[in-house]
Design a binder for this molecule. Sequence first.
Ligand code: AMP
Ligand code: MG
Length: 459
Amino acid sequence: MFSNRYQTFPERFYERVQPEKFDSPQLIAFNHELANELDPLLNQFPEDELAQIFSGQKILEGSEPLALAYSGYQFGHFNPHLGDGRAHLLGQINGHDIQLKGSGRTSFSRRGDGRSALGPVLREYIVSEAMHAFGIPTTRALAAVKTNENVYRQFGEEPGGIFTRVASSHLRVGTFQYFAARQDKEALALLLDFAIDLHYPYLKESKEKALFLLIELTKRQSELIAKWTQVGFIHGVMNTDNFSVAGITIDYGPCAFMDEFNYDKVFSSIDRHGRYRFFNQLPIARWNILRLADCLLPFIHEEEDQAIKRVEEALTPEFEKMETLRMSHLAMKMGISNYEKSDQNLVKKFLDHLQENGLDFTLSFSEIDSFYENKQLSFSSEWRERVNNLSGLEKINPLYIPRNHQIEKVIDEAYQGDYKRFHEINEVLKKPFLKNEKLDFFRESPRTEEKVKETFCGT
Ligand code: AMP
Ligand code: MG
């Protein structure tokens, strides 16, 4: 069932390491639909065996657990020694990486325990599947397991968990930085070809593949940020080690969806200066892409000055388009599908109106008719002139998002042994654009006392 595409790579790309022993892992959730896409045989294992497999206790044929090496700029500061400190890549099924998170220590663990609390496991399960349902490129959730061993975190003891995620790959900008920092050009060349084979096969024959990789990645990240913006998603830790070379959302930590709109919204407790605030995600994506460019300069031109010039020439026009794409995605939410630069002011006026009045981002857009009918709004006539797609809005503006206060309730209840809300929220978020009569309360914004002000990675 498993293959391992890292087998042919030099040992300095990874550490071969087995997951830790856990006595009584218990399956909390298994994504049967995703399993079916990967390999229908996965659905034939009984529940207790799935718990053994997706906690790393039973290693299936072909699987050779690895922890991958990477570096990263964390909040702007370079750390050459990161890597999978609590994750084991089991191998690939049907070309997809299958990785356990929270499965024990590796040589990259530094001072960490290699484990995860159950809370962040449930959170990542919910949020990554919701992102997929919104149509946003992301890692997927295959399984959530409770280890039945406690971990010690900032607020005390918590039940432990292991999350299984599925990705087209886990290559990060930080993977390139790991070898660039060690001036290992041979490894960089291998990695470049590998990334292109996996994610940009149409560039294989290109004479300027490093440069085109940067251009194509910019396009993908640009789409990704525009789509995050459409649903009010704040990643929270867009460090270069959490920034995918494939252009997908990876590494859900203290991420969150906004309730009331604010351009500068920050939830993550570790983002003290708001580096990764909502509207700053776009410039940060640019910065991260330039950090990948740093690593690829030797493959662009033998003289560094010339290489930098080539990158600037190639990326400047792409970078300029990013803002337009983001604004056009917001305009779509207002019923304008043929965005023009002059619509920018209108979009801003609407968002300013939401911010000034502390209005809920998701609810406001899903009830946009009431704003549209309201002739008191100073921009209402301007808006009316531009609207051309009000009827298509129900496919653009979701009714349901994974709201922070609901996720907190899911976790609190799960810690009491009750998983009903966890399964309910997953059910609702499978079809976030469709009204679910029975579970419609998931649409509500939090009451004042329910509001979540801060989110934590839980690591
Ligand atoms: P993250 O905040 O999940 O992006 O992780 C940043 C780095 O810290 C990565 O190298 C992780 O593998 C490592 N890390 C996070 N939590 C733990 C933990 N509990 N034990 C060991 N390493 C960890
Ligand atoms: Mg990470």
